[in-house]
Design a protein around this ligand. Structure first.
Ligand code: C2E
Ligand code: CA
Ligand code: CA
Length: 704
């Protein structure tokens, strides 16, 4: 190889080496890692640039050797350094060693020495090669994280780290162990469900949703200790990665004390609110609470459209009791009266004591004056029973004023004021009674009371008589039967039609007695006519559902038929569609019993009661009576005409007989015949007439 080529190659080699050395130096600088070697024979050392830098020495200014190294090691670490060196020379393994040095400028630094001895063929160490790394930063970081770990470990809070997916505990601090009574080892076998007995998977899912949204969540929970006891805890939860695992850390605080204080406060507040809203003597709501309830009732009634009544009750001559017998007797009277009032009312009514001997009541869902007067009379009667206090027997009466929502007023203030005014009216009228705020209502109420009493008298004195209205087959104009219709023969007012008393009789239950009278009279009459050889056809009796619902109704009916020798096939019972549909399931059962006894059933006033077809099919019916309101304007009124046709079609499809009521004209009759309804009842043929007139008619037709 020519010498210039050689020198060129050498040059390239030197350049390459220099370049490598340059890179090497850079790497050493980046990692803060210097290299060194010690010739154990010559005792000479070689330090890389970075090694010089680590010790803060200047290259060339000083001879690098072991002494120089030891001069930098702080005195506390020298002994250990020497021992490690000896170990490295003996073992031949890579030996590492951490110590603190003081740089030439006085600054302290942490270094990590790694070295290995090289031996000659006799096994004598001849060289030591190694590195020195400045790890000051890592050491301080490590110290810091140790401090943090200690902080967490000894924090008085309970701190738990839990696997995000399995909910198993991964870490628990001392606080957690102390609080729950498990050791760390035991904890690692548990999940959060073992320590939070009220926690549900649903709750966990909600919390996880919050965690994934915000990264943290707050939860209130109950912790159960190993010994089974429990306490309230508040938990702050954060997500984190723990040793590479998805996890969350929970910071729990025992809030039992706080809870206890809260409960105590709640209890006290409850007591105070109760005291603020109730009367101490009777325990009843006071004026404040009453006004509140009244306001709520007004809102509810506005929404539901239901009426309610407000009563103002005042005990008569209460002052006299107080003055003559003392306050303690007065107090006892008030307590006893409040108990009686409460008993006389329904659970949904509100009773309050406004003060002194004044009580107020909200009677909810009152349909009419009748309802209010019945309830009020009950109250007055309950107070009136003798009250025994100590050795006294007292007779206390009361006066009651009634106002109506919404008739009299729509605001609470006026309702109370008006009921109060009405109460004074009752006092003026002689006490021990009630008055409505509206005088028409009072009149009406008393008219009804008077009416009810007169009906009672009428029942006793047999003032009810039966009229009969024929039902005719319109094609051959023959009598098929008669409807029994009650009339009140009043001794002074003359004949009173049922429209004037049936509704009061129904509300008071007196209808049952009236129906009973009608049934007896009519059955007796029909039996007589049949015995006389006359043919009155079928007797239609109107029955109120109240009557039907009575347990022994069917038995009584059959007994009556037996007494009068009345055949079941002569009888038909009419029930109005409205009454049947108001309680279809009971009706089905009752009507089946009747039908099974061989008695026919007609549904009265059909078309007015919103029948459900499903029920119609289930009822044991024989006949539909088309309500007279549809007949009135046929055939001119198109709507009524088509409803009538539809009812006829419906009746036919259900295989039922049909009767049209209230037929007054020839056109009406002809329209009905044309459309297939042949049975007709109405003034066109005859008004309801007394039995003797019917008898004359029957005899006449017999003669023909
Ligand atoms: P209702 O059962 O629908 O009886 C038919 C009513 O229509 C009767 O009225 C009858 O007089 C009347 N009426 C019959 N044909 C015509 C007509 O062509 N034109 C007009 N405008 N009216 C006609 P009444 O007798 O005044 O009875 C009224 C209601 O009182 C009856 O209606 C029935 O619901 C009830 N009622 C009558 N008697 C009794 C009874 O003994 N017991 C029961 N529970 N209710 C009865
Ligand atoms: Ca009827
Ligand atoms: Ca009718």
């Amino acid at each position: 190889m020519p010498s210039d080529t050689l020198s060129k190659n050498l040059n390239i080699a030197i350049q390459t080496l220099k370049a490598k050395e340059g890179s090497f130096k850079k790497i050493e600088a980046i990692s803060n890692l210097g290299s060194w070697e010690i010739d154990l024979i010559t005792k000479k050392s070689l330090w890389s640039d970075q090694t010089y830098k680590i010790y803060g020495e200047k290259k060339g200014a000083i001879e690098p050797n072991l002494e120089l190294f030891f001069s930098h090691v702080i005195p506390e670490d020298i002994q250990r350094a020497k021992e490690t060196l000896a170990l490295a020379l003996q073992s031949g393994n890579v030996t590492t060693f951490e110590c603190t040095i003081r740089k030439s400028n006085g600054e302290k630094a942490n270094i990590l020495m790694s070295g290995q001895a090289i031996f000659d063929h006799t096994g004598l160490p001849i060289k030591l090669l190694g590195t020195t790394q400045d790890i000051t930063q890592q050491v301080s970081l490590r110290a810091h994280s140790n401090e943090l770990a200690q902080l967490i470990e000894y924090s008085s809070n309970e701190i738990y780290i839990v696997n995000y997916h399995t909910l198993q505990y991964l870490y628990v601090n001392k606080g957690g162990c102390d609080a729950l009574g498990y050791t760390k080892k035991e904890f690692l076998k548990l999940t959060v469900f073992d320590t939070n007995p009220t926690l549900t998977q649903k709750k966990v899912d909600t919390l996880k949703a919050a965690l994934s949204k915000k990264g943290n969540a707050l939860n209130f929970t109950i912790h159960q200790r190993k010994n089974g006891s429990r306490y309230h805890a508040q938990a702050y939860i954060h997500t984190l990665t723990y040793h590479g695992v998805d996890a969350y850390v929970i910071f729990d605080t025992d809030i039992s004390d706080q809870k206890e204080v809260e409960e105590l406060l709640k209890e006290q507040t409850k007591k105070l609110t109760h005291q603020a809203h109730h009367d101490t003597l009777t325990g009843l709501p006071n004026r404040t609470l009453f006004k509140d309830r009244l306001a709520q009732t007004i809102i509810a009634s506005n929404r539901s459209g239901e009426k309610f009544a407000l009563l103002f009750i005042d005990l008569d001559h209460f002052k006299k009791i107080n003055d003559s017998l003392g306050h303690h007797v007065g107090d006892e009277v008030l307590i006893e009266s409040s108990k009686r009032l409460q008993k006389a009312l329904r659970a949904e009514d509100t009773l309050a004591r406004l003060g002194g001997d004044e009580f107020t009541v909200i009677l909810k869902d009152i349909k009419n004056i009748q309802g209010a007067s019945t309830a009020t009379q009950k109250i007055i009667d309950s107070i009136k029973k003798p009250i025994k206090v100590a050795k006294h027997t007292l007779y206390v009466s009361s006066s009651v004023g009634i106002s109506f929502f919404p008739d009299d007023a729509t605001n609470g203030h006026d309702l109370i004021k008006f009921a109060d005014t009405a109460m004074y009216k009752a006092k003026d009228e002689g006490r021990d009674s009630f008055q409505f705020y509206s005088s028409e209502m009072t009149t009406l109420a008393f008219e009804r009371v008077v009416m009810e009493n007169s009906i009672r008298v009428a029942i006793n004195d047999m003032q009810f008589v039966v009229y009969y209205q024929p039902q005719i087959h319109a094609i051959n104009e023959t009598l098929t039967g008669m409807e029994a219709l009650v009339r009140w023969k009043h001794p002074t007012l003359g004949i009173i039609p049922p429209g004037n008393f049936i509704s009061i009789a129904e509300e008071s239950g007196l209808i049952m007695d009236i129906d009973h009278i009608v049934m007896h009279q009519a059955m007796y009459q029909f039996s007589q006519w049949y015995k006389e050889g006359l043919n009155p056809g079928i007797l239609s009796l109107n029955l109120s559902m109240k009557q039907l619902e009575k347990k022994d109704f069917v038995k009584k009916l059959l007994d009556t038929m037996y007494i009068f020798d009345f055949q079941p096939e002569w009888l038909e019972l009419e029930v109005t569609e409205g009454q049947v549909m108001s309680n279809p399931s009971t009706s089905i059962q009752k009507l089946n019993e009747i039908s099974n006894a061989g008695i026919e059933i007609a549904i009265d006033d059909f078309g007015t009661g919103y029948s459900s077809l499903a029920y119609l099919k289930k009822l044991p019916l024989d006949k539909l009576k088309i309500d007279q309101s549809f007949i009135k304007d046929i055939p001119h009124d198109e709507e009524d005409a088509s409803i009538t046709k539809a009812i006829i079609a419906l009746g036919k499809s259900l295989n039922l007989k049909l009767v049209a009521e209230g037929v007054e004209t020839k056109e009406q009759k002809e329209f009905l015949i044309e459309n297939g309804c042949f049975h007709i009842q109405g003034y066109f043929y005859s008004r309801p007439i007394p039995a003797d007139e019917i008898a004359r008619l029957l005899k006449k037709s017999n003669e023909i």
